[in-house]
Design a protein around this ligand. Structure first.
Ligand code: MYA
Length: 178
């Protein structure tokens, strides 16, 4: 379902459909919304975002990324941004790139039984255009850990070209801290 929805968002972004089709799709979307509404659950029971083996954890907000290598210091894999993430001129929107890094670095910050943490800062360097509709490679790694502070770095590449780099501080939450 999430794969289809991601594709739907890409199609909506790319299409200029005739008015009849817009009306038809609007009715279908309204029907899907109404049907799902009756199955709403509380945050801690929801499945979206919890399906760790699916691209982007099956969370629609997050770009569809797949982790292929993971240990307690490093993660690597691939990501593909779609038309939904377009800024302009074939380049990914600058706001979509931190979404990937926050999720990826935040997820790595948890690996190895580490307690939950929150992003204190996330700095992005946009080194070159990040293209949509291409398979891109990412890497994330620990730079250092000092008490509750975890400093991580990440990079997205298109083949050999660096597209963007990230530098983030994640602070482990104290018991009871939201
Ligand atoms: C099965 C399913 C699995 C699912 C996997 C899901 C993966 C999902 C991944 C998704 C991931 C998404 C994740 C998200 O999106 S989390 C959402 C975005 N982030 C937030 O909302 C965080 C909001 N901020 C806070 O809650 C607090 O400020 C935090 C918790 C961050 C720290 O407040 P706290 O009161 O706790 O700590 P402290 O103030 O005593 O500071 C402690 C130390 O840290 C240093 N410090 C703090 N801030 C900064 C700063 N800006 N620059 C430099 N340094 C900073 C500070 O100097 C001190 O250092 P030192 O003096 O000790 O040396």
């Amino acid at each position: 379902m999430v794969d289809q929805l991601r594709m739907f968002l890409d199609r909506v972004a790319a299409a200029v459909p005739p008015p009849d089709l817009v009306n038809e799709i609007t009715k279908l979307a309204a029907e899907f919304n109404a049907r799902l509404q009756s199955h709403e659950v509380a945050e801690y029971n929801q499945v979206a975002g919890q399906l760790i083996d699916l691209p982007g954890r099956a969370q629609l907000l997050t770009p569809a990324y797949t982790v292929e290598e993971l240990d307690d210091q490093r993660a690597a894999g691939h990501v593909r941004f779609g038309r939904h993430h377009l800024g302009n001129n074939g380049a990914v929107h600058g706001g979509a790139i931190p979404l990937l890094f926050d999720d990826l670095l935040g997820r790595l910050a948890l690996v190895g039984g580490r307690p939950k943490s929150r992003t204190a800062y996330l700095h992005i360097d946009y080194r070159s255009i990040t293209p949509i509709d291409e398979d891109l490679q990412f890497e994330a790694w620990f730079e250092r850990e000092e008490g509750r502070k975890r400093v991580l770095r990440g990079a997205i590449r298109h083949n050999e070209r660096v597209c963007a780099e990230a530098h983030g501080l994640f602070v482990a939450l104290r018991p009871g801290q939201p």
